[in-house]
Design a protein around this ligand. Structure first.
Ligand code: NAG
Ligand code: NAG
Ligand code: NAG
Ligand code: NAG
Length: 835
């Protein structure tokens, strides 16, 4: 539901290229298919001149181009760590004169979460490549009001002219050279006043939303000359908020007779009618709206007419998306911005808003007439089992700011929601049988914030913890999952782990509160079904989780309640000996052993996580990020930190600092290059530059595996796991662009090209144990266990009605027969009771 607002940490590491750069290896990169969407699609724009050309923008996952087969192609996957804010697209404009020209206003936040100013990305090849034009202020693609728009517009009569409505009180900006340079329009003096929450000290909800849309009236001018009439909508309330220039932007005035009660979300021109349709809501969106209106402004007569489709108690929402059918002047559609219950709503008029028909109506409460047929075959998880915090099984959607009709095809329409993009190809049936097809049509728009990934040695290749849409057991990488995690159902899964010796045993943690249940869940069937862990206290949530090797102990570094541990689903108890900020991991072989890291200290527990002792030192580290453990060798651990990557083969007694790495974030171990080799080590790291790297020899030599077309956004926000079954395969979870999987093409480049950059003489940085030998001695012991350790645990027989299904020391089945739920009675006994 809510777009996950991940605060990407800011990368300040010095970019110091080594003389001999690390070699690269070609990888193929594909999205793990969730099936489209996963997040808010605030804008969809059709080019009015070139048939079939359309683009969609997202708030954290970049922009996309529509293909003829209804799929979408991502345009901003090149955005790397230094350009992660490109994935926040606050507005887009496609050129009506030269359709090859595309402009994107990008930047993620206007507050300190994003240190960089925004930019207009200029493309002259319909989005294949872009050149950035830096703006002298920030752009907020993931800020409040991001569904209003479009705040970027191209003059349809003189397409070198563009206007951009800024946030933060920065006013209206203009370019006269195809978006290369920009200057403030000093004659426009209403930069907006509305701040959703002036008391917010973060800079997020207290920033001025600003100018929300710019609409040219093409009919007021002629080709080759600047369009005289330009409308501008501003996020202000209780004062004029729709302005017009009749002299190509030289002077501006409020449009007389306007409604000032609400915020204007869209201003859409119907050129044949010479009418401007304006949707209003009592908030700036995207989550709010309890009242609103739709007005049309007759440009010829200067008369505003209230054409709001509903009134009285039926008007419990504001309005977002507005579409006009350019083939059928007078046909117009508007979307309720948020009709949270019972479902979203869309209205259609064929008489310029005089009368409207809805997408659904009450037959006799609570039965709905649904004037549509719904298909989620491309993303079945959106269906009745869809993971959302709001009750019910919404089909139509919410946060509906984007609504468009193909200018060349009256049957083809698209709209965006908070979770995906829908549309269809039989829209004219609305006017005949009043029964249209609504299909999930976001194929290719993978827009999720990934929080955790695991690739256990048995079962599905990938299990994901995902922001806003829960997470998935990915039995296929190329077919969308049928369902997300349910029972318990949380909007955001914060992390996930598996038990090394019993790898179908999985733990996940959520970020809700007591209203959505205790935030720990256990599975014994690779995430297909789950049981709530009743050992968790209410109102404890988030953080990171580690599952002991035999799957009976959960170590949980909570978000705000310290580190806690529970064995046999007993009540979680605090672990005072591990700092509340610690990175944590479980040993994958020895059930008693857990690891922790905080500051420069590495911690070890040999008593099942009850107590930790400082074992060794991580040099000058102040912020360990991630611990990964060789799945075959107890005590063989890797730790990424703000000063580099550390490796220990003695449970952290001593560490080797990997040479040439100045900072590392996510790390992972995967299948080795040879059957007797050391697991492949993957790292998001700074090795002469920030990138994604693999080492086949325990960290001595590294190859870069990402390329100029695959940047994966913020390095610090990326999540990694590597496949223990397929050498070279790595999964990258991004903050905004879903999950990618990469496979190596050909063999790795010869290591001789790299040895100059990463000398094999490694440094030891431990306080209590001076020199260690290098890491390679462990190589023969690894990996062989991973295929044999998959012996299924207690997944087999289902527990009969009223049978025991859990408790201290219980080794029997944990799944009840259909109709029964395994329910906690006490620490020693759980029972199958009727669901
Ligand atoms: C909008 O303006 C009206 C009238 O001044 C006021 O009652 C209302 O609270 C305002 N809404 C917001 C969200 O500020
Ligand atoms: C707009 O107003 C003019 C002048 O009154 C009128 O002739 C025209 O029909 C109106 N247009 C629409 C679409 O109502
Ligand atoms: C719309 O069409 C579908 C498929 O033919 C049908 O199941 C549904 O009942 C129809 N809805 C209405 C309101 O007639
Ligand atoms: C697991 O580690 C503990 C603590 O070091 C040790 O006492 C125990 O023998 C180990 N268990 C196995 C099976 O190796």
């Amino acid at each position: 539901m809510a777009k996950f607002q991940f605060l990407a940490a800011i990368i300040s590491a010095a970019f110091t290229p080594l003389v001999d750069a690390v070699s690269s290896q070609t990888y193929t990169w594909k999205n793990v298919k969730i099936g489209g969407g996963g997040g808010f699609v605030p804008g969809i724009v059709f080019n009015p001149t070139q048939k079939g050309l359309a683009f969609a923008r997202t708030d954290i996952g970049g922009a996309y181009k529509l293909n003829a087969d209804d799929t979408w192609t991502p345009l901003l996957d090149f955005a790397d760590d230094s350009r992660w804010n490109y994935w926040g697209v606050d507005a887009l404009a496609t050129d009506p004169v030269q359709p090859n020209r595309l402009y994107l206003a990008t930047g993620m936040y206007t507050n300190s979460w994003d240190p960089s100013n925004g930019q207009i990305l200029v493309s002259t090849d319909t989005g294949a490549t872009f050149t950035p034009s830096k703006l002298p202020f920030k752009v907020g693609g993931n800020m409040p009001g991001r569904g209003m728009g479009e705040r970027l517009a191209i003059d349809p009569n003189s397409n070198g002219i563009l206007y951009f409505g800024a946030r933060s009180g920065n006013g209206l900006w203009k370019s006269t050279d195809f978006g290369v340079t920009w200057a403030k329009v000093s004659s426009f003096t209403s930069p907006g006043t509305y701040r959703p929450d002036p008391t917010d000290t973060s800079g997020y909800n207290n920033d001025i939303i600003g100018i929300s849309w710019v609409t040219f009236d093409k009919t007021s001018g002629s080709s080759g000359s600047p369009t005289p009439r330009i409308f501008v909508g501003v996020a202000s309330n209780g004062t004029n908020n729709v302005f017009v220039s009749n002299n190509a932007g030289n002077t501006w005035s409020a449009v007389p007779g306007q409604n000032t009660q609400f915020f204007p979300h869209k201003g859409v021109l119907s050129p044949a009618e010479k009418v401007l349709y304006v949707s209003y809501s009592d908030g700036a969106g995207p989550y709010d709206g309890t009242a609103g209106a739709v007005y049309k402004y007759n440009i010829t007569s200067g008369v505003w007419t209230n054409v709001t489709p509903v009134s009285g108690s039926d008007l419990y929402f504001g309005f977002g998306g507005v579409a006009v059918d350019l083939q059928k002047p007078g046909t117009v559609m508007v979307a309720a911005l948020n009709s949270w219950w019972p479902d979203g709503q869309i209205f259609r008029s064929t008489d310029s808003g005089t009368t409207w028909s809805p997408l659904w109506s009450w037959q006799s409460y609570p039965t709905m007439n649904k004037f549509y047929t719904y298909s989620d075959s491309l993303a079945p998880w959106l269906g009745p089992n869809y993971v959302d915090t709001t009750p019910g099984d919404k089909q139509i959607g919410w946060m509906m700011e984007a609504l468009v009709i193909d200018p060349f095809d009256s049957n083809h329409w698209l709209y965006g929601t908070g979770a995906t993009l829908y549309g269809g190809h039989d829209l004219l049936k609305w006017d005949t049988t009043h029964n249209v097809t609504i299909s999930s049509l976001a194929d290719g728009i993978e827009e999720t914030s990934i929080q955790g990934l695991i690739s256990p040695p048995t079962g599905p290749p990938l299990i994901s913890a995902v922001g806003d849409i829960g997470g998935f057991s990915h039995t296929s990488l190329t077919v969308a999952p049928k369902t997300g995690f349910i029972n318990p159902t949380w909007a955001t899964t914060a992390d996930v782990d598996f038990a090394g010796n019993k790898p179908t045993n999985i733990v996940r943690i959520g970020t809700g509160d007591s209203s959505t249940g205790k935030q720990v869940a256990l599975s014994t069937d690779s995430g297909a079904t789950w049981n709530q862990d009743y050992g968790a206290a209410d109102n404890v949530q988030g953080g990171k989780v580690a599952f002991s090797a035999d799957g009976d102990t959960v170590l949980w570094r909570t978000n705000g309640n310290g580190v806690q541990v529970s064995q046999y689903t007993n009540a979680f108890v605090t672990v005072p000996s591990l700092p509340s900020t610690a990175a944590i991991a479980s040993d994958k072989r020895n059930n008693s052993i857990f690891y922790g890291a905080a500051g420069s200290s590495f911690y070890l527990s040999t008593d099942g996580g009850k107590t930790f002792v400082v074992k060794g030192s991580l040099g000058a580290s102040t912020a360990p990020v991630k611990i990964v453990v060789n799945p075959g060798v107890t005590g063989d651990v890797w730790v990424s930190t703000d000063v580099g990557l550390f490796h220990s083969t003695n449970s952290g007694t001593s560490f080797t600092a990997i040479s040439g790495i100045t900072q590392a974030w996510a790390i992972a171990l995967g299948a080795p290059a040879t059957s007797t080799g050391y697991p492949a080590v993957f790292a998001v790291a700074n090795i002469g530059g920030i990138g994604y790297f693999r080492s086949d020899d325990g960290g001595v030599n590294w190859v870069k595996i990402n390329d100029a077309a695959h940047g994966f956004g913020s390095a610090s926000a990326s999540v990694l796991t590597a496949d223990p079954r397929i050498y070279g395969r790595v999964y990258i979870g991004t903050n905004g662009r879903g999950i990618f999987y990469g496979d190596a093409v050909g063999s790795a480049p010869p290591s001789t090209t790299m040895t100059t950059a990463t000398p094999t003489t490694t440094t030891t940085t431990t306080s209590n144990s001076p020199t260690t030998t290098t890491t390679k001695t462990t190589t023969t012991t690894t990996k062989t266990t991973t295929t044999t350790s998959g012996a299924p645990t207690s997944t087999g027989a289902q527990v009969p009605a009223y049978g025991q299904c859990g408790g201290t020391g219980w080794t029997g089945g944990t799944h009840c027969v259909s109709g029964y739920t395994c329910t906690y009675s006490n620490p020693y006994y759980s029972q199958c009771v009727p669901s």
